[in-house]
Design a protein around this ligand. Structure first.
Ligand code: AMP
Ligand code: ZN
Length: 138
């Protein structure tokens, strides 16, 4: 299903032009208009899913492999030496467009840090308790 009020639905289905890297029956891959690095791409499903929790299995089964293909093509074509696959869910996680998308962000030698965090501390009891809490809701 598409949402006519959703900009990524409209881009994915060709109603609004974007720099397209790849297209098939399920996805359009475009360049991000505010790139974190040269070549930063977004994989957009052609149907509307708010986030990964809503993504249907037809798309879910293919999106990771597509991310790998796009990243490998970036390494060949742009000279990056790695790439990040990033996928934000919810405002607190940095999601700003509420149509599922996966970022493919090329990483260059000596490039600025992009996806980083400072490792916190933990102890085995706390990890066990937290693991059990998550597990109980699966
Ligand atoms: P997120 O923060 O994960 O929701 O990512 C949304 C991304 O979409 C941001 O990196 C934006 O720069 C990008 N973006 C938003 N609108 C457009 C657009 N019309 N064309 C290309 N990229 C867009
Ligand atoms: Zn949408």
């Amino acid at each position: 299903m598409r949402d006519e009020n959703c900009i990524f639905c409209r881009i994915a289905n060709g109603e609004i032009p974007a720099a397209t890297v790849y297209e098939d029956e399920l996805f359009r891959v475009i360049l991000d208009m505010g790139p974190a690095s040269k070549g930063h791409a977004l994989i957009l499903p052609k149907e509307h899913f708010k986030d990964v929790c809503e993504l249907d299995e037809r798309y879910a089964a293919k999106v990771l492999q597509l991310g790998g293909r796009i990243g490998a093509a970036m390494k060949k074509s742009l000279g990056c030496t790695g790439f990040n696959l990033v996928q934000n869910n919810g405002t607190s996680a940095g999601q700003t467009v509420f149509h599922f998308h996966m970022h493919v962000i090329p990483r260059y030698e000596d490039g600025a840090p992009i996806v980083t965090w400072n490792p916190g501390s933990s102890n085995p009891e706390e990890l066990k308790e937290t693991a059990e809490r998550i597990s109980s809701c699966l």
